[in-house]
Design a protein around this ligand. Structure first.
Ligand SMILES: C[S@@+](CC[C@H](N)C(=O)[O-])C[C@H]1O[C@@H](n2cnc3c(N)ncnc32)[C@H](O)[C@@H]1O
Length: 278
């Protein structure tokens, strides 16, 4: 990935003081009393439209076990990594391209007492700074849309997994009926959005050397959630606790565009569980 392409992606996501804003929003909503847990943070730190529910669906595919070394590719501010580490008792490495997101992830790890179970690494999914066979499982949620070089994305995931280990991923892909509306949560415009169709994605995964265990075009299944989210955003605006703390109020338009584009066949939702041959 060129430096210019990386910096265009980072510019879309970066802002300063992310963890401070998130912790302040949580306190303002719930008072000072409650502990800061991965569940309490979930409306603010799972950066995908369907929130914690999407991470739970991914985890039910991944089935992590206690003590395993798990890699989250494009872990954002670490919400999914903290939730997986706390729920399954494993060690999660959250790798992300955006420095401000990595700093926020570290601060939120400290606030939840999970710094010893969630490691944050700054780097690119297409050039992972890890050894071969280093991880027992890997996952990636809503990251591939920012990655132009899909061949390297899947090849790098394969390289760092031990033989026989699985990789679960879910992300938006191209739909059959043309281009989505921009801006979207992952990109202000097409210059940083790289959408493959479900069929192309399947081919990319196989070309990298993975075996496919589960591969779903999940678009129809998630449409009711996306439609309901669009209706709420239209009728009531942003919820009191939500991704606006991370991304600003522009997230409302982003999420409406996701839902409308998916409803009209201009985005798909892809979910898969693939395995590195033993
Ligand atoms: C929509 S967010 C999803 C974050 C996280 N997976 C989650 O679900 O909460 C996309 C993330 O991908 C990261 N990203 C984009 N391109 C990347 C790359 N080449 N390598 C690593 N991370 C990348 C961004 O910095 C951002 O944190």
């Amino acid at each position: 990935m060129s430096a210019a392409a990386s910096s265009r992606v980072q510019d879309h996501y970066a802002s300063s003081g992310i963890a401070g804003r998130i912790l302040a929003a949580l306190r303002a909503k719930g008072g000072d009393a409650g502990p800061i847990t991965p569940d309490a943070l979930a409306p603010l730190d799972h950066f995908h439209g369907r929130g914690l529910k999407a991470t739970q669906e991914m985890a039910s595919l991944l089935q992590p076990s206690s003590g395993e070394r798990i890699l989250d590719i494009g872990g954002g501010i670490g919400g999914p990594a903290r939730w997986v580490a706390a729920r399954f008792g494993c060690h999660v490495t959250s790798l992300d391209l955006t420095p401000e997101f990595c700093r926020a992830a570290e601060e939120l790890n400290a606030a939840t007492g999970l710094s010893d179970r969630v490691r944050v690494v700054e780097g690119s999914a297409t050039d992972l700074p890890f050894e071969e066979n280093e991880f027992d499982r890997a996952y990636s949620e809503n990251v591939a849309m920012n990655i132009e070089d899909k061949r390297r994305f899947y090849a790098e995931a394969l390289r760092v997994l031990r033989p026989g280990a699985v990789f679960a991923f879910s992300h938006y892909g191209a739909g059959p009926r043309g281009e989505p509306d921009y801006p979207l949560p992952w990109a202000a415009g097409p210059a940083t959005s790289f959408l493959s169709s479900p069929e192309e994605t399947r081919d990319q995964v196989l070309a990298a050397g993975f075996e496919i265990l589960i591969f779903r075009d999940k678009t129809e299944e998630v449409l009711p959630d996306l439609r309901e989210n669009r209706r709420r955003l239209h009728d009531h605006g942003l919820p009191p606790l939500g991704l606006q703390t991370l991304m600003g109020e522009r997230i409302r338009e982003h999420q409406i565009n996701v839902a409308r584009s998916a409803e009209e066949g201009r985005l798909s939702v892809i979910e898969a569980l693939v395995r590195k041959p033993a």
